[in-house]
Write a protein that binds this ligand. Sequence first.
Ligand code: R5P
Length: 302
Amino acid sequence: MYSIIPLSGDPGIGERIAWLMGGNIVGVFTKDHPDGELYLRLEGNMSGKKALIVQSMYPMQDRRFVELLLAIDAAIRGGASEIDLLISYLAYARQDKVFIEGEPVSVNAILRSIKDLGVNKVFVVEPHSSIPRKIYGEGFFEIDGVTPLASRFQDEGELVIISPDLGGIERAWRLASKLPSIYGVYYIEKQRDRYTGEVRSSISKEIDLRDKNALIVDDIISTGGTIANAARLVIERGASKVYVACVHPIFVKGSVERLKESGIDRIVCGKTVKHQVEGVEYIDLDMHIYTKISEILSIGKS
Ligand code: R5P
């Protein structure tokens, strides 16, 4: 039997998984110290049991990360026989290399701290790239978060699948594999100015989207700049309708307006963070995540 420990960023996945697994929920008491430090206490007996800590690291990424570290330490001290983590949104994963001299590999710092504390397995829903897995090594499991989004596009007829950058092309193919009728899978050339953050996108001259419906897929929408640029390009190429599928709906202030102005017809996102905005369709990923992790944890087999 697992002890499930849902932390403050968890959008409800922990409770649902506890129910599906038949695990017991461990309460988490937190408060702010007068100087702003976080205090945490786990309320429940986890001695001798495996623990699954569930967290999502947006909003307040830094706070959620510290809470995660404190919870791991508390669970170890509480006698948990093994600590596993389910992170539905892993923050800092986009800084997965040194782009400008002097920068850290942020995701390396995050994952090494987790691993060093004594975590066994880490499940991450749709990490930005495969670099986190390479950094963490054995015990890191990527949980696909894209294919469940396909359920909302089954009746949209033939679709052209577009990745807004080359790095996302495998994700685009993964989504395409779950759709009934695909015209093609393409990517947009994207360049981000590493100093200003400004995004420039262009599309190959050979891509003709006249009278086609396009589905743009990405892992994260933050400012909406990447998707808005991609949407404008596919509309310029003649696309009739533009849909968007995204796993992690960060949506910083002003992003939804930016996306609407770019001519997008529908936005479908996974529910991997608590924060929700109007005008977006959200999909629960709980059952999908449970199925994936229970296979790896061999739940019900021991
Ligand atoms: C970057 O490569 C990611 O896959 C997303 O495209 C990016 O994080 C989206 O950010 P924004 O919405 O701010 O353009």
